[in-house]
Ligand binder design. Structure first.
Ligand code: AMO
Length: 434
């Protein structure tokens, strides 16, 4: 009987197996040829002593182009010459799809290929084991997020991505022609996750695409990212939200170490699990750290990328990778954030990871009169938010939540140089395909 195996599951004693994969490399040494067959799990050596192989199969497997997709049926033989301790002696083979020559880029060649070239031919780039490993880790991470949320009583929801108004500022709204009406791609699930707090669902989370017309080319901004949002009702302060984030982050980091150990091994990375609670820095403390670091910021200024970096270096020197920055000036935060009475600050926080913001959140303004004042203060028209405001008129619990950029989280977790490394098909100012 022929067993269907992958490179990880083949074992001595299997007898005859069929393995599907890509032709990574062929070496012809006269009387004997070797083919390296690669699949998602690794590689296996196919050994072809010319005299012992069916001539048609021999010609097919020694002349086929690299990266062709093939199915090889072979005898498993023990070998002390290979990493797996076994090799395959082909009986027959089928070419599933032959690769054109030349390849748009190499899969195993040790040449530095520009990121643009890699992204232009992303399907081939992802064949590299170290790139596959990134997306396997991302999948594990998304699974852990859901698991952590469910364990803490959160209900997974899906909210609309084509909307009549945005929540995160007009500058980054993508306009869509919606049957002759103006609509916008969702910048975040903000307004809907808040509306849901008035429904009795109490704790919700969503993992979904978010769109920002971000007209800048940086290694941390894209125009489409996957946002992990949470919202919880009946809170007495944003501190409860921060504690929940800590719990979830701790679960994710511990989980990645365990469930992603194989992928981390391929990438040569390790994940540090910081102790909880994470330090809480006030906005004022951050200002003085930044000023000491040589950046001249005024009271009320946004800390900015440069400021975040200085704070990151300072915190790293004290042994902290993850820390909250609490109580931003209310002016710097969106309308839905609650003001701190009698001050110019807010009940908000950012979570920074190694010098970069990965999340922001806070306690929301649930009192409708104050909410309307904040909307007006931001120069917006409450009429545009009527569908949202209505939920605040009939018994809205106090509530708060967060939004975490999943790609930024992964980037910082495994120290990737660019957010595009954590996105299969990134979208940015200049990239709309593949
Ligand atoms: P904010 O706008 O700070 O807050 O976004 C939350 C998190 O989303 C990620 N992020 C991005 N990632 C990649 N590219 C971008 N252009 C981009 N923009 C944002 C970041 C950021 O920290 N509604 C609030 C959250 C809340 O209060 O619940 C919000 O969207 O990691």
């Amino acid at each position: 009987m022929t067993l269907i195996r992958n490179t990880k599951s083949i074992a001595i004693g299997d007898g005859t197996v069929t393995v599907n994969g890509w032709v990574q490399d062929i070496r012809n040494l006269g009387g004997i040829s070797f083919l390296t067959l690669r699949d998602r799990f690794g590689t296996v050596q196919v050994t072809m002593p010319k005299k012992k192989i069916d001539p048609e199969t021999f010609v097919m497997l020694t002349t086929i182009s690299r990266e062709s997709a093939v199915s090889i049926t072979a005898e498993v033989k023990e070998s002390n010459q290979t990493a797996l301790g076994l090799e395959l002696i082909p009986i027959n083979a089928e070419i599933i799809s032959e690769a054109a020559v030349p390849l748009p880029m190499g899969v195993i060649d040790k040449v530095n290929v520009e990121m643009d070239t890699r992204l232009n031919h992303r399907f081939m780039d992802i064949r590299k084991p170290e790139i596959t490993a990134i997306f396997e880790l991302k999948s594990i991470m998304l699974g852990l997020i859901s698991e952590a949320c469910r364990e803490n009583g959160f209900v997974q929801v899906s909210t609309p991505k084509i909307n009549s108004s945005g929540a995160e500022g007009g500058a980054t709204l993508f306009k869509v022609d919606y049957f002759g009406r103006e609509a916008y791609l969702a910048q975040s699930p903000q307004l809907y996750k808040q509306i849901l707090m008035s429904t009795g669902l109490d704790r919700v989370f969503e993992i979904s695409p978010a769109f920002r017309a971000e007209n800048s080319n940086t290694n941390r901004h894209v125009t489409e990212f996957v946002s992990f949002d949470g919202e919880m009702a009946w809170i007495s302060s944003e501190e409860e939200v921060m504690s929940m984030i800590e719990k979830i982050m701790d679960f994710i980091l511990k989980g990645i170490k365990e469930k992603g150990s194989e992928q981390l091994g391929i990438l040569g990375k390790s994940v540090n699990v910081p102790a909880v609670p994470y330090p809480r820095l006030s906005y004022e403390e951050c200002l003085s750290i930044v000023r000491e670091g040589g950046l001249d910021l005024k009271d009320g200024d946004d800390l900015g990328t440069e400021g975040e970096k200085i704070i990151g270096e300072h915190m790293s020197s004290e042994g902290f990778d993850l820390y909250f920055i609490c109580g931003y000036p209310e002016d710097a935060k969106p309308f839905y954030i609650m003001e701190k009475d009698g001050t110019s600050y807010s009940h908000s926080f950012d979570l920074d990871y190694k010098g970069q913001e990965i999340s922001s959140g806070g306690q929301r303004e649930h009192r409708i009169d104050r909410l309307i004042s904040r909307i007006e203060k931001k120069g917006l028209d409450p009429k545009d938010f009527e569908f949202y405001l209505e939920a605040f008129r009939y018994g809205m619990p106090s509530h708060g939540g967060w939004g975490i950029g999943t790609e930024r989280l992964l980037v910082k977790m495994i120290d990737l140089p660019n957010i595009r490394e954590a996105i299969l098909f990134p979208r940015d100012v200049s990239r709309l395909s593949p």
